[in-house]
Unconditional design. Structure first.
Length: 107
């Protein structure tokens, strides 16, 4: 479990991710914690946009009755990209542990 408490404004799911990442990778430096915080804020924003899109649909009708893409689609996309960029900036080793003998996956 992480020794660094997740920021209180993050969602429950983002706090769980915080605990998992801090615990597994031992992130405790100021820069790493800030990158993780910003990444999880982007995660929450993407999730909020996604929830609204799910309620309203992928398209909306403008004042002329024309079908248009939902205005939150770019926010969801950009927030998701920001989350992934934050994880990449943390330079986490994402190589899965091999706990059994045999050939590596993908061969």
């Amino acid at each position: 479990m992480s020794t660094q408490k997740a920021p209180s404004h993050l969602s429950a799911e983002a706090k769980r991710i915080w605990d998992e990442i801090c615990g597994e990778y031992g992130i405790d430096d100021a820069a790493g914690l800030r990158i993780l915080r910003v990444a999880l804020e982007a995660f929450d924003r993407a999730q909020a946009a996604r929830a609204t899109i799910d309620k309203g649909g992928l398209t909306i009708r403008d004042k002329f009755g024309q079908t248009k893409p939902h205005p939150l689609l770019p926010i969801e996309r950009d927030s998701r990209a920001a989350f992934l960029a934050g994880l990449k900036a943390l330079n986490l080793d994402l190589e899965p542990l091999r706990d059994r003998p045999g050939r590596p996956a993908g061969r």
